[in-house]
Design a protein around this ligand. Structure first.
Ligand SMILES: *Cc1c(COP(=O)(O)O)cnc(C)c1O
Length: 406
């Protein structure tokens, strides 16, 4: 392909004959590290605190497309200081985990969902498209290379961080036509070392994470940095995380907690339970854990599986429906609000014990106190958490959710 087949579309961009070479696993080169790090003692692992020995890297430019992917020793990049990612946050990432099954083989949990979400995030930032099946195949190969880092113990896994950054080295405020795709791995232990402990959330009027028409439903880096200051302010007031709100007339809709989706469990008149999470209206990140919990609750009620600790005739009705702080306050006072929990790949399920609501920022937060349960988790959060972990670690087979890395 000669450059003459390309035409300039302004701002340094070229538009040329497509398709450009895509990400191609058959072109993978593997260079193993000569010095492997000593394995950390499992009990010393801090989430995201250390990386493994290798990483996967591929780059994109608008003339040659995706480069041959490489697995190579983990190490720093050299990037132009004018790169788009440093100036305009053309950065997107994913979070997924590899688990080991009873046979010692590494497995991924519903990984196609992460690949599809990364492709959507990249598109939202006008970063180049890539073949999602090819990336998944490459990630499986990387996990196998560093699989010695996954302790064969319940609750341990390898956190996988696929990342795409814009590397166009020019300051013009426009899309990055150059990109770097890389995947790094970090061994991780249980989120709660001493068993699930209810977390506290601060729901303050100023804490808005995402809004209609914004980027809240994409895992783009620009969504996260603005949350760090509110998080620090909440920590100073004694709360673990932020409960992100969105104002709707004079009411405050609950959206997400920290970087996790949220669920509440509400008693119904007929003795059944409603399991409610906010709808995917563009302000909510479509979490894989969220989707899995909705499916498992539905399957339990349909009699297709039994969630441990929940009787087969206890019906759970999953709903994707907005609810407000006022709803929570009312249902609590009526004794109907049974559980609240936050969900995501890192923690799987984290019970919520207390929500501080601060509508008037000059006054201290008023606490909504959720029912307390022995061992931290209520019956529904305990059951869905255990089922997801059993599927992830290969003890229970469910709808092909657990995918082996061969
Ligand atoms: C990643 C993320 C989640 C959880 O998604 P999972 O796919 O379940 O890990 C929820 N909310 C936000 C804002 C996130 O970034």
């Amino acid at each position: 392909m000669s450059n003459s087949e390309w035409k300039s579309v302004g701002n340094g961009h070229l538009e040329g004959p497509f398709p450009l070479p895509d990400l191609d696993p058959s072109k993978l080169t593997v260079t193993l590290s000569e010095t492997l790090k000593p394995l950390p003692a499992p009990e010393t692992l801090v989430f995201g605190g250390m990386m493994t020995d290798h990483m996967l890297v591929a780059s994109f430019d608008p003339v040659s497309g995706w480069s041959a992917p490489e697995i190579k020793p983990y190490g720093p990049f050299t990037l132009d200081p004018a790169s788009s990612c440093f100036q305009y946050a053309t950065n997107t990432f994913e979070g997924m985990k590899a688990y080991v099954g009873p046979d010692g083989a590494p497995r991924l949990f519903r990984p196609a969902k992460n690949m599809a979400r990364l492709a959507r995030s990249a598109e939202r930032l006008a970063l180049p498209p890539f073949n999602t099946d090819a990336l998944l195949e490459l990630i499986k190969k990387l996990v196998v290379v560093d699989q010695r880092y996954i302790p064969n113990m319940e609750g341990y896994s390898l956190y996988i961080r696929p990342t795409i950054i814009g590397t166009r080295s020019a300051l013009g405020v426009s899309a990055s036509d150059h990109a770097l795709l890389y995947v790094i791995l970090s061994p991780t232990g249980p989120y709660f070392r001493t068993g699930p402990k209810p977390i506290s959330l601060l729901a303050a009027a100023e804490n808005v994470r995402a809004w209609p028409g914004g980027t809240g439903s994409h895992k783009v880096a620009g969504n996260y940095a603005p949350g760090f200051l509110p998080q620090r302010i909440a920590a100073k007031q004694g709360y673990d995380q932020i409960l992100w709100l969105l104002q709707d007339a004079d009411r405050w809709k609950v959206t997400e907690a920290g970087a996790m989706n949220v669920f509440i469990v509400v008693n119904r008149e007929d003795g059944d339970l409603d399991l409610i999470t906010p709808p995917l209206d563009g302000t909510i990140l479509p979490g894989v854990t969220r989707d899995s919990i909705l499916s498992l609750a539905k399957a339990h009620t349909a009699g297709k599986l039994t969630l441990s600790g929940i009787s087969t005739n206890q019906r759970l009705h999953p709903h994707e429906r907005a609810f407000t702080i006022a709803d929570m306050s009312l249902w609590l006072s009526e004794g109907k609000l049974r559980e609240m929990f936050a969900v995501g790949t890192a923690a799987v399920v984290a019970p919520v014990g207390r929500v501080g609501f601060q509508e008037d920022l000059k006054k201290p937060a008023r606490d909504l106190v959720l029912p307390a349960y022995e061992g931290g988790l209520g019956p529904v959060s305990r059951a869905v958490r255990q089922m997801i972990i059993d599927i992830q670690e290969g003890r229970v087979e469910w709808e092909g959710w657990c995918v082996r890395c061969e």
